[in-house]
Design a protein around this ligand. Structure first.
Ligand SMILES: Nc1ncnc2c1ncn2[C@@H]1O[C@H](COP(=O)(O)OP(=O)(O)O)[C@@H](O)[C@H]1O
Ligand SMILES: [Mg+2]
Length: 313
């Protein structure tokens, strides 16, 4: 698999303010890649540089191997972009908006009509086809914006905060859509400041104050935040010798009603759960329950950005 995006050492300075600081992102083809971080982290600025809409102060970007500053037109033909504030023509109808966006990509005539019909169908817009964009509800507008962004069947779809201010059913619908596009081979780069949505991504880069604070799959990010997986044991007896033998760290332990609840930090919960339980039982410790502790990405992010703040100080 090749790289859909290769952004290397991107920096953007506005005046004396460094909005993006030495960001490197390598996005493999065919994944949903989430750029996450709070407002002001530098997500939109990074995206605009990736799309060749903003010239980096330093660094470079290639999209499918094409340098976006040198060959912007060629690169943009492979890309669909749904900006944070999508500009639709308010007094053109849904259909006319799509026709206009199609023509911008050189799709006209019968080919355009066919593609528009497909999109009206796919994004549940058929009943609104004759309605001016300015008269649509928020959710319908967002669906039209997405339809316009994929009118050219992009190999890379870039969506900037598509779910900001959107109600939960439509948020879910959008993520399903992104997954479907991904399964069809489209690479999706999506930004969001909703941490819980990140679970939908194959890979995540967490941005904080212009830099990438952490990168990896949701599971890897969680491991990075804690230095491993969390495993909880409910036991009767002394686990200390076995836990030491395995070299695991005890994060907490409390005893209630004769049962001790121990939280351990382990490298990979699914790999060690069975062998640890067996070893404990063999040493005479009764294991009432043993289970991996689900960690939320939000917790992980808070830990990771908190430590990156303290590193900077
Ligand atoms: N054109 C600009 N001129 C000056 N500052 C900007 C400009 N664009 C963005 N910024 C600043 O850069 C920082 C990052 O902005 P942005 O990339 O929009 O963050 P995000 O999309 O993560 O919310 C913010 O502090 C913002 O105010
Ligand atoms: Mg933004």
């Amino acid at each position: 698999m090749g790289l859909a995006i290769e952004a290397v050492n991107l920096t953007k300075v506005f005046g004396i303010f460094k909005a993006v600081n030495n960001v490197t992102l390598k996005v493999e083809e065919g994944v949903i890649f989430g750029l996450l971080g709070p407002n002001g982290a530098g997500k939109t600025t990074t995206i605009r540089m990736i799309l060749g809409l903003l010239k980096p102060t330093s660094g470079y970007v290639k999209v499918f191997g094409i340098d976006v500053t040198r060959e912007r037109k060629r690169a943009l033909n492979l890309v669909g972009y749904m900006p944070q504030q999508f500009s639709l023509y308010e007094d053109l109808t849904v259909e006319e908006n799509l026709r206009l966006y199609a023509s911008l990509y050189g799709i006209n005539g019968l080919e355009a009509e066919k593609r528009i019909r497909e999109l009206l169908d796919e994004l549940m817009l058929a009943e609104y086809r004759k309605r001016p964009a300015g008269k649509l509800s928020g959710g319908t507008r967002q669906r039209l914006a997405l339809a316009a962004a994929v009118v050219n069947r992009p190999r890379l779809l870039v969506v900037d905060e598509p779910t900001a201010g959107v109600d939960p059913p439509l948020r879910r619908y959008f993520w399903e859509k992104f997954r479907k596009l991904r399964d069809e081979g489209v690479t999706v780069l999506v930004t969001t400041h909703y941490m819980d949505e990140a679970e939908n991504c194959d890979k995540i880069a967490l941005m904080s104050r212009g830099s990438v604070a952490a990168e990896g799959s949701p599971l890897e990010i969680k491991r990075l935040a804690y230095g491993g997986d969390l495993l909880e044991l409910e036991i009767v007896g002394n686990p200390q010798p076995i836990v030491e033998e395995f070299g695991f760290k005890v994060l907490s332990s409390e005893t209630r009603g004769g049962v001790e609840k121990v939280t351990l930090l382990v490298p990979d919960a699914s790999l060690v759960l069975a062998s640890l339980t067996r070893a404990l039982e063999r040493s005479g410790v009764k294991v009432v329950r043993a289970y991996p502790v689900p960690v939320s990405l939000e917790d992980a992010f808070i830990r990771l950005t908190a430590s990156s703040y303290s590193l900077k100080r």
